[in-house]
Design a protein around this ligand. Structure first.
Ligand code: G3H
Length: 431
């Protein structure tokens, strides 16, 4: 914290174009090192090999875009004159610009140890902040390699600090440290606890979701099935933006369930090194939690579209049909390859289920009627609604935000740069 504080002072005085130049350099080095970093992701978090490479490349692109966006956003200030406000003469000129916050504490989650780290590091650095990064326990080695790329690019010593360790052991120390001027956190409901303990510092948080996929009768059902599989099962459902509940009109439910079943049967299940579609979930306790939701649904009468199968942390993809609101899986986030289908008889029923959730990250609606889609989007209490596609955070410059227990503030490159700055004004008073 102390080295970060010292390094930040000098960094804030470094010209913006130089900060951008270093970020571009780091982005290029990150991409050059994609293979060893991706290998860490495969070994640490069982991310399928191709997705691991994509995560690193996407991260390099994010850092470059942040540098470009940063010079534009931060290169602009404002001039206000006093006589637009009643009772004032034109004798005051207010110059305002964006200045850094100080030390940003960045805490990314296990599912994107590199990408969700750089989505915090890039904006913090271009805005003139220093960093203390607490990577996820699983994913820490990939994160250390990523930080090394920034150091190779030539960022000053002490500016980017990486502290590894368990959140349960070092989390409170970091989040309650008086030297922290901003916390950017992505993860589970620990974020709610952090928000209660953190001091008077800006918070940016993304804490998971229960993204609903509402399917109307007139939807393109092949598109629906493809998006349910991609949205619900990529990286074995371990994405905050995964489709986590399908709310489908009864009249088309049988057809879609059959189409999804056929696609799930084709998914490969196995080790991440073999680039399998479904890989082991991150921990045994996570697998146990998922199993608990599956067993609860079984006891309460859900229809299993596949046989439930688990070997260690590897869980085969499972679609649960005829799920009802009294089942835990209708509301809780499995973060695994298990997806509930709730049959609905009206659009209102779907919207009601979506809004009754304590989460509000994203959602999606499938219909060919754009007017209906917009009306449903307006009615859904989520940060984003995707029309005719599964939820997703990217492209990474899009605003990304959750309502209710899904988060605080808005991310995306532009919003993160703005969030990691404060406005500073100087007023010139004429005699
Ligand atoms: O897990 C949370 C991530 O923000 C989701 O990102 O939509 O690119 O998978 P993604």
């Amino acid at each position: 914290m102390e080295t970060a504080k010292v390094a930040q002072k000098a960094w804030a005085r470094t010209p913006l174009w130089k900060r951008a130049e270093l970020l571009h350099k780091a982005a290029a080095i990150l991409k050059e090192h994609k293979a060893p970093i991706a290998e860490c992701l495969v070994k640490e978090i069982a991310k399928p090999a191709k997705d691991a490479i994509s995560e690193v490349v996407r991260s390099g692109d994010l850092v470059s875009y942040t540098a470009e966006e940063g010079v534009r956003i931060l290169g602009e200030g404002k001039l206000l004159v006093s006589d637009s406000f009643p009772g004032n003469e034109r004798n005051k000129y207010c110059l305002s610009s964006k200045v850094p916050l100080g030390v940003v504490l960045a805490i990314p989650p296990f599912n994107y140890p590199v990408n969700l780290a750089v989505s915090k590091i890039g904006p913090a650095l271009i805005a003139g902040n220093a960093l203390v990064l607490k990577p996820p326990t699983q994913g820490a080695v990939a994160a250390l390699h990523m930080v090394h790329c920034f150091h190779l690019a030539g960022f000053p010593k002490g500016l980017i600090n990486c502290v590894t360790g368990k959140g349960s052991e070092i989390g409170d120390f970091l989040t309650m440290h008086p030297g922290v001027n901003c916390i950017s956190f992505t993860g589970g409901d620990t974020g709610i606890a952090i928000s209660k303990k953190a001091g008077m510092v800006p918070l940016q948080m993304e804490l998971g979701g229960k993204d609903a996929c509402i399917v109307l009768e007139d939807a393109d059902l092949d598109l629906v099935a493809a998006n349910i599989v991609k949205g619900g099962f990529s990286y074995s459902g371990q994405r905050c933006t995964a489709v986590k509940v399908v709310l489908i009109m009864e009249s088309v439910a049988d057809i879609v369930v059959e189409k999804v079943k056929a696609k799930l049967a084709k998914l490969t299940v196995g080790p991440p090194e073999a680039d399998s579609d479904i890989t082991p979930v991150v921990t045994e306790s996570s697998a146990n939690f998922i199993e608990g939701l599956v067993m609860d649904a079984k006891e309460k009468g859900a229809t299993f579209c596949q046989e439930y199968r688990r070997e260690g942390n590897l869980i085969w993809p499972l679609l649960l049909d005829h799920v009802r609101p009294d089942m835990r899986i209708a509301w809780e986030e499995p973060f695994g390859p298990v997806l509930p289908v709730i049959r609905i008889n009206s659009v209102e029923e779907g919207i009601h289920h979506c809004n009754a959730s304590n989460f509000g990250l994203q959602g999606c609606v499938f219909t060919k009627d754009i007017n209906k889609a917009i009306m449903i989007s307006d009615a859904m209490e989520t940060g984003t609604v995707q029309i005719n596609s599964a939820p997703a955070r990217g492209p990474d410059h899009f605003p990304f935000q959750g309502l209710k227990d899904s988060g605080i503030g808005s991310q995306g490159i532009t919003n993160s740069i703005n969030m990691m700055t404060k406005v500073k004004s100087t007023v010139i008073n004429l005699p």
